[in-house]
Design a protein around this ligand. Structure first.
Ligand SMILES: [Fe+2]
Ligand SMILES: [Fe+2]
Length: 136
């Protein structure tokens, strides 16, 4: 994969979540650019750390909504988030130790993960939230 173009098909219908996802797509595109253009390590690191930190805060937002609105699939969704964060920590450790040579495969992995997660888990969450809001 290369750049992700934000499109309506990626929107889940919850404004706050969609806005976060657009920021994540944007950051992933910046990581893609930094890797593809062979930018220096500091630049790649800056984008990578931004992406990690933003992902942590986005996951917290979704998890708080799951708790607030008694989402039945919360535990598997929480688990998916924590698995991803563990993999990202491993990538960062490899990057720090200089072992991460396949920057493109990291970008590809993150893009595939994010798109699949949005279309499947986050969309299901948004449908639940919508139902709860309508139910008052
Ligand atoms: Fe999620
Ligand atoms: Fe999400």
């Amino acid at each position: 994969m290369a750049y992700i173009e934000w499109q309506e098909a990626l929107a889940v219908g919850h404004p706050g979540i969609d806005e976060d996802h657009q920021t994540l797509v944007d950051a992933l595109n910046r990581l893609q650019a930094a890797v593809a253009e062979g930018r220096d390590r500091d630049e790649v690191a800056a984008v990578l750390y931004f992406l990690r930190d933003y992902t942590v805060s986005h996951f917290k937002t979704e998890e708080a909504l799951m708790i607030q609105y008694a989402y039945p699939q919360a535990s598997s969704h929480f688990a998916a988030h924590s698995d991803l964060l563990m993999q990202v920590s491993d990538f960062i450790a490899e990057f720090r130790s200089g072992k991460l040579v396949q920057g493109q495969s990291l970008v590809d992995f993150l893009e595939t993960w994010l798109i699949n997660h949005i279309l499947d888990s986050d969309r299901a969450l948004a449908v639940h939230l919508q139902g709860r809001v309508l139910a008052g």
